[in-house]
Design a protein around this ligand. Structure first.
Ligand code: SF4
Length: 345
């Protein structure tokens, strides 16, 4: 690991001060930032409009800790999974999901996860640390580049649905979104970003107060409190009623509807009572439902319910005027689908 400072941890004013105190012109900071954030260069030597003495100064004092692709796998359906090596050796995963009209990046926000959702492969990895904003931003830049290289299309959408719980690292997630959406970064619309949380009520209220513009999705999986606790044990401390209250608050502040992500498992949440509870919850707060096809993680307790049960969910939600879709699983053959990210190399 290098002892030099990562130049990307500085803001432009800090860099200007450093340059001036070392007898360089302050406008060079703007040029350097353009190379780093707009062009995503990985070394100072690529900054072709800087003088030799400034390049030497940068190389002597700073590094650019751009993430490194440790391994890339391509699925038969075109999905690309990247195992990313961070500057301290930890590995996280990010996924490119191509569809007819979209290139979507599924990005990670933590190394491992501290929540222990029973159905999730990432839960088996201990949470080691939060990703910093640049490490999140870099995953987005990487997938944008891969979209252009492999599909001739730039990135169109981002979902925070990779490894980790984004709201347990919300400061850094918000900073990365600022960078993704600002003109000096990728300039993407926040409407194309979905932050998917397992539901951290306090933080949901906090970000609603901050007037964030991205969309919110909640991994729900059951609208019955005890059942949800058995699937997602942290629900015992942050109960469904608390979550509901925070989502009401979110909607009242942002006027953005909530998407519930919902997997239906055989013998777990496949009864009429489960469907009724979901309908009841959806009627309380404007929302829609994504029924996600589950991907086996070698746990016999969690088996995808058959299609007739999913259709029953869809029919009942539909007849109650609640929008619901079934989301096809992508990248299953390379363990890149939802709930499968677990650094299996
Ligand atoms: S589903 Fe999300 S929050 Fe739950 S353990 Fe997996 S990564 Fe963490």
């Amino acid at each position: 690991m290098s002892s030099k400072k990562d130049i990307r941890s500085l803001n432009e004013d800090d860099l200007k001060e450093i340059l001036i105190s070392n007898s360089f012109k302050s406008f060079r900071a703007n040029q350097i930032f353009h190379w780093i954030w707009k062009k995503s260069v990985k070394s100072f030597d690529e900054m072709s409009n800087l003088p030799e003495n400034l390049l030497k100064f940068l190389n002597d004092n700073f590094v650019i800790n751009f993430i490194k692709v440790h391994r890339m796998q391509k699925s038969s359906d075109g999905t690309i999974k990247n195992a990313i090596k961070l500057f301290d050796g930890y590995i996280v995963e990010c996924v490119l999901i191509p569809t007819n009209d979209r290139i979507t990046a599924c990005v990670s926000s933590q190394v491992g996860c501290s929540l222990n959702c029973k159905f999730c492969a990432t839960a088996k990895l201990k949470r080691m640390r939060n990703l910093n904003p640049d490490e999140i931003y870099d995953q987005v830049v990487l997938i944008n580049q891969q979209g252009i290289e492999h599909f001739d299309k730039p990135l169109t959408n981002i979902v925070f649905m990779g490894m980790g719980e984004p709201l347990m690292n919300y400061n850094n997630v918000l900073k990365s979104i600022e960078k993704i959406t600002c003109k000096s970064g990728l300039g993407m619309s926040p409407k194309r970003i979905v932050v998917s949380t397992s539901g951290v009520p306090k933080i949901i209220k906090k970000i609603a107060d901050q007037g964030v513009k991205f969309k919110l999705a909640v991994s729900l999986h059951s609208a019955i409190n005890e059942k949800r606790t058995s699937i997602m044990p942290f629900n015992e401390k942050m109960s469904l009623s608390e979550l509901e209250e925070s989502l009401r608050y979110w909607y009242d502040k942002t006027k953005k509807i909530i998407t519930y992500e919902y997997v239906v498992w055989k013998g777990i949440n496949d009864t009429d009572d489960d469907i009724s509870a979901l309908v009841k919850l959806c009627k309380k707060i404007p929302s829609k439902v994504n029924l996600i096809q589950y991907n086996n993680i070698d746990d016999p307790n969690f088996i995808q319910a058959p299609m007739n049960i999913l259709n029953k969910y869809i029919k009942t939600l539909d007849s109650n005027k609640i929008k619901a879709t079934i989301r096809r699983s992508r990248g299953q053959d390379i363990d890149a689908a939802c709930g499968q990210l677990a650094n299996k190399l």
